[in-house]
Design a protein around this ligand. Sequence first.
Ligand SMILES: CC(C)(COP(=O)(O)OP(=O)(O)OC[C@H]1O[C@@H](n2cnc3c(N)ncnc32)[C@H](O)[C@@H]1OP(=O)(O)O)[C@@H](O)C(=O)NCCC(=O)NCCS
Length: 148
Amino acid sequence: MAADVDEINFHTRKWIRPEDLNANGTLFGGSLLRWIDEEAAIYVMIQLGNERVVTKYVSEINFLSSAQQGDIVEMGLRATRFGRTSLEMRAEVRNLFTRQSILTIERIVFVNLGPDGGPAPHGQTRITYDRDRIPERLRPASARPQIR
Ligand SMILES: CC(C)(COP(=O)(O)OP(=O)(O)OC[C@H]1O[C@@H](n2cnc3c(N)ncnc32)[C@H](O)[C@@H]1OP(=O)(O)O)[C@@H](O)C(=O)NCCC(=O)NCCS
């Protein structure tokens, strides 16, 4: 099922440090991809309410501009399609101050896994903006529904 609106929400911010630079002295693409994959994994865990999710597919990555040491970048993701066992997203990384796009990825697909490590239906069809899908066993006791 296609997700509702097109708007991307930018969550994590990263401050570009010396260890994130390539030989050209600008942001190393590998660092950016690691951050995006981690960001996507966390996003999928929240959307599907399951920690056992894996990256299945990443489409063309378009590096549009670079970043320098000291820049702050922000990473945005949006679910674009809820499949039966998968979740597809669009990603964008941009400069926090200038809003200039640094990278876009049209399709990142994660798969929801069951206890056997195989694809499992996730049952979700819409984006959540809350933490309401976090499994009960992972919530603090104060946040669990009380049984009377
Ligand atoms: C993820 C994994 C369990 C899926 O197994 P699989 O046999 O491909 O599963 P399926 O064919 O049933 O596909 C599962 C879902 O992925 C989707 N999918 C499979 N291949 C895809 C591709 N190339 N592009 C986009 N989606 C794809 C399917 O459409 C299906 O989604 P749906 O249920 O929402 O329709 C298996 O491929 C795997 O373990 N891969 C390694 C994952 C990993 O370790 N990633 C970390 C990086 S190394």
